[in-house]
Design a protein around this ligand. Structure first.
Ligand code: TUI
Length: 314
């Protein structure tokens, strides 16, 4: 059995979060992960407050275990969704793609545990000062919006910089990854890509197929020119976008190219025009299974690896 302080902090059985994937992580997936003993997370992405409130209430009807909401700080509706999570008093709020400190007092006053995703030491320290319960150190191997540093480099630095439980994210897809994260000082992990192919995940079948088929070099980073680097699977859309970044088209035209591409991938399954955000670990994600089975399988593997961790020590 693997138990860490994160389990006690949140009242969860396994120290694992499901990442808040935009257009993908809804109440069905979050409830399945929470019922499986992890922490399921609903993504507020660019949605409005009404959609989020419905999803939170749906998840409450599907599980009596704790679950969380991920607030994407670049959302045009960020103030509205920040208010909704405070009113609905979800157990945990995770944040991404920015600095959450301006919302944290309100969330903490509502009894919410705030766990920001950080891609730098500076933001981790700021989050600690603002009252975070833990932080998620996310490396650039992950899917979607990413920072510069890898998980291997980022996690130990965050562990040294803050006096909080640290979760590792980015490039983790099986028990070996969990064990490695623990070796770096993490006491929990967050996985997105592996949960994307869970049976309970409502993303379009074509999206799942793309992740299941992807090999080691099948993701690409786009968006650097506009300051929002994003990792996604190589296809017609991402190759064209990548080329356009190095062409003479204006920033406005480039921005326009990306509009709606996530919806096209996740909801419509449009293989040519969609933006299929996924992590580098897609290459070892090779089967669909229930969320609960993903969790038990990963922790059985991690336990074996960790038990054998001293085998070269003489
Ligand atoms: O947020 C994510 N992953 C995401 S958000 C998203 S929606 C989107 N789509 C297109 C462009 C941009 C966003 C898809 N995937 N992960 C968490 C994460 N947060 N990764 C990196 C960061 C981050 C980066 C800089 C967090 C804070 C930060 O600091 C900014 C500051 O102001 O200090």
């Amino acid at each position: 059995m693997i138990k860490t302080p994160l389990c006690e902090l949140l009242g969860i059985e396994y120290p694992i979060f499901q990442g808040g994937m935009a257009w993908i992580a809804d109440a069905d997936l979050a409830a399945a992960v929470s019922n499986g003993g992890g922490l399921g997370i609903i993504s507020a992405m660019n949605a409005g407050g009404d959609w989020l409130r419905d999803q939170i209430r749906k998840a409450k009807s599907m599980t009596d275990k704790p679950f969380g909401v991920n607030i994407m700080l670049m959302s045009p509706h960020v103030d509205e969704v920040a208010q909704v999570v405070a009113e609905e008093k979800v157990a945990v709020v995770t944040t991404g793609a920015g600095n959450p400190t301006r919302f944290m007092d309100k969330w903490i006053a509502a009894g919410i545990k705030v766990i920001p995703v950080v891609a730098s030491v500076a933001l981790a320290k700021m989050a600690q000062r603002a009252g975070a319960s833990a932080v998620i150190a996310e490396g650039g191997e992950s899917g979607g919006h990413v920072g510069d540093l890898t998980t291997m480099v980022l996690v130990p630095q965050i562990v040294d910089a803050v006096d909080l439980p640290v979760l590792a994210a980015g490039g983790i897809g099986d028990g070996r990854g969990v064990a490695a994260a623990f070796m770096l000082g993490a006491v929990g992990v967050q996985l997105g890509t592996r949960f994307l192919v869970a049976n309970e995940c409502n993303v379009h079948e074509n999206y799942k197929k793309k992740v299941l088929k992807a090999g080691d070099v099948d993701t690409i980073m786009t968006g650097k020119r506009l300051g929002h680097p994003v990792r996604q699977i190589k296809n017609q859309f991402s190759r064209n976008y990548f080329k356009a970044e190095y062409s003479s088209i204006s920033d406005e035209e480039l921005e326009q190219m990306g509009v709606g591409s996530l919806y096209k991938a996740a909801i419509e399954g449009n293989e040519k025009e969609g933006s299929f955000l996924a992590g580098q670990i897609s290459a070892i994600v090779n089967k669909e299974q229930p969320a609960a089975e993903i969790i038990t399988e990963i922790f059985a593997e991690a336990e074996e690896v960790l038990k054998g961790a001293g085998k070269w020590v003489r």
